[in-house]
Design a protein around this ligand. Structure first.
Ligand code: ZN
Ligand code: ZN
Length: 133
C-alpha cells in the first residue's frame, strides 16, 4: 500500500496497486499547476486509490484530446494531489505527495515538445513529443 497526502495533512490517500507507469510531464498545464519545471506522476487505476479529506477540483479543459482533466488539490494548503483522466480508467497521482517518493524514478517523459531547455531527461527514459498514442 502506497500512502501520501498534502502539506497541511487534511488530505490523505492510499493506493492499493503498483504504478502502471511513472511519468514526468513537461506540458505547460502541469508546469503551472506544480509551480515547477515539470510534474512527476504515478499512473494507477482509478479504483485503486482511496482519498480522505476535502479535495477541490479544477476541470482543466485545455487538453490535446479535448477530454477534460480533473485536477484535484487541497483547498486549504493548495497541494496538487491527483489528476483524473476523464476518458481513461487511470489517474495520475502527484509523486511528490507520496510519503516516500524515492522508489519512483520516472520511466517515461511526456510533452518533450514543450520541455524547458535546461531540463535534462535521464538516459533510458522513453520520450514522447506529446502524449503517447
Ligand atoms: Zn492540505
Ligand atoms: Zn502535463
Amino acid at each position: 500500500m502506497l500512502e501520501g497526502g498534502c502539506n497541511c495533512g487534511q488530505v490523505r490517500y492510499a493506493i492499493d496497486a503498483q504504478p502502471v507507469a511513472v511519468a514526468q510531464c513537461h506540458c505547460s498545464n502541469c508546469r503551472r499547476q506544480s509551480g515547477s519545471a515539470f510534474s512527476v506522476n504515478l499512473v494507477v487505476p482509478k479504483d485503486a486509490v482511496t482519498t480522505s479529506g476535502d479535495l477541490a477540483c479544477y476541470v482543466d479543459g485545455d487538453t490535446q484530446s479535448g477530454n477534460p482533466v480533473n485536477r484535484l488539490f487541497c483547498p486549504k494548503c493548495g497541494s496538487p494531489i491527483l489528476s483524473e483522466l476523464t476518458a481513461n480508467p487511470m489517474v495520475a497521482v502527484k509523486a511528490g505527495t507520496l510519503d516516500d517518493p524515492a522508489p519512483f524514478a520516472p520511466g517515461i517523459s511526456l510533452w518533450n515538445s514543450t520541455r524547458l531547455p535546461w531540463v535534462e531527461v535521464a538516459e533510458g527514459i522513453a520520450c514522447f513529443e506529446r502524449n503517447p498514442g
